[in-house]
Design a binder for this molecule. Structure first.
Ligand code: DAH
Length: 349
């Protein structure tokens, strides 16, 4: 049985639905609103579903017609949803780009730029100077045998000079080196003359620290062994090193001293940075400040290193780079160089 009234009514409602839906969809202003419209116009409880309920009362012919009309309306609604969706997405993207605009002209987050610690800078500069003068760098161990740190350097077990260099013992015959001088023996046992070597590194002593003493401090040992090495070579070498580091106006003085492993021995002084040698408070009225020790390698030490003292001679020195840093930076308390206080360290940047 066919109900013409119901069919016409359904077709009219479909047309209304198409017009109403398309108007609503094109007036929708957000993705969320569009989603609501999609459910309302195409979902299970939509007007479209309601209209299609008359299907059961129609003739097969009308059913076909109404089905086609419904599909066309559904297609039109879906198309409207699709194109409005694309518009809205494009607009929302544009809004977001506008909102989250990146201002590439804003200054960035600054990185703190590091710089070398003044003590390490001194070490590197001194090593560089020696390298330029033809010296090679040898690194000995910080944990050293008593044999190398003392005995082979002519400090027998009960030698009073050991008292000046008490240290931290690992075992009875192994210790934290008190000086870089054991490097001399290690070099001589490995290399044949001509030798021009330095041994830079940390040394350790059981020391009550004060403004001019640390229990861990830097040394640079030097060793030159060759035929006809003289005290003049030693003086010339150290004067050159000091002047390259501090400037040509600096004077160097050699003062007689005693070390078990050199003969003759001397302490090396540099003219005071404050008074230039006249004597002032910085140098305790002396006009000179101590930089290290030096001397001609003792024949026994050459022999201990497997080198014939009748054929070869040598000079050696040990300088204290922390003193160099203090003098150059006018630092009156050496402990400041180990405390890591940036307010202090930044001054040397
Ligand atoms: N090793 C000595 C010290 O720490 C310094 C020294 C003096 C080194 C004389 C030398 C030297 O090579 O010849 O007190």
């Amino acid at each position: 049985m066919t109900d013409d009234g119901a069919m016409a009514d359904a077709l009219a409602r479909l047309e209304d639905l198409r017009a109403g839906a398309i108007a609503t969809i094109s007036g929708t202003d957000s993705s969320a609103g569009l989603e609501e419209a999609r459910i309302r116009f195409t979902g299970k409880k939509s007007d479209l579903t309601a209209i299609m309920r008359v299907m059961g009362t129609l003739s097969p012919e009308d059913r076909k017609t109404l089905g086609a009309a419904a599909n066309s309306v559904k297609g039109a609604i879906e198309q409207a949803l699709e194109s409005r969706g694309a518009e809205l997405r494009a607009r929302e993207l544009e809004d977001r780009l506008e909102r989250e605009r990146l201002d590439v002209t804003l200054p960035g987050t600054p990185y703190a730029i590091g710089y070398r610690h003044p003590a390490m800078r001194t070490m590197r500069e001194l090593i560089r100077i020696f390298e330029q003068m033809g010296y090679s760098v040898y690194e000995g161990p910080e944990v050293e045998w008593d044999l190398y740190n003392f005995q082979l350097l002519n400090f027998p077990p009960d030698h009073p000079s050991r008292d000046l260099q008490d240290t931290f013992y690992v075992t009875d015959d192994m210790l934290l080196r008190t000086q870089t001088s054991p490097g001399q023996l290690r070099i001589m046992k490995e290399q044949r003359p001509p030798i021009r070597s330095i041994v830079p590194g940390m040394v350790y002593r059981d020391e009550a620290e004060d403004a001019t003493h640390l229990s861990e401090f830097f040394q640079i040992e030097g060793l030159a062994v060759d035929t006809n090495i003289t005290l003049g070579d030693l003086k010339g070498t150290l004067t050159e090193v000091v002047q390259r580091f501090f400037g040509r106006e600096r004077g160097v003085r050699f003062r007689p001293h005693y070390f078990p492993f050199t003969e003759p021995s001397a302490e090396i002084d540099i003219s005071c940075f404050a008074c230039g040698g006249a004597g002032c408070r910085s140098c305790g009225g002396e006009g000179w400040l101590e930089l290290g020790g030096a001397g001609m390698v003792h024949p026994v030490v050459l022999q201990n290193g497997g080198i014939d003292p009748d054929e070869y001679s040598g000079f050696a020195f040990g300088i204290g780079p922390d003193r160099f840093t203090m003098m150059r930076g006018h630092i009156t308390d050496v402990r400041l160089l180990r405390h890591g206080d940036l307010r202090f360290l930044r001054q040397f940047n």
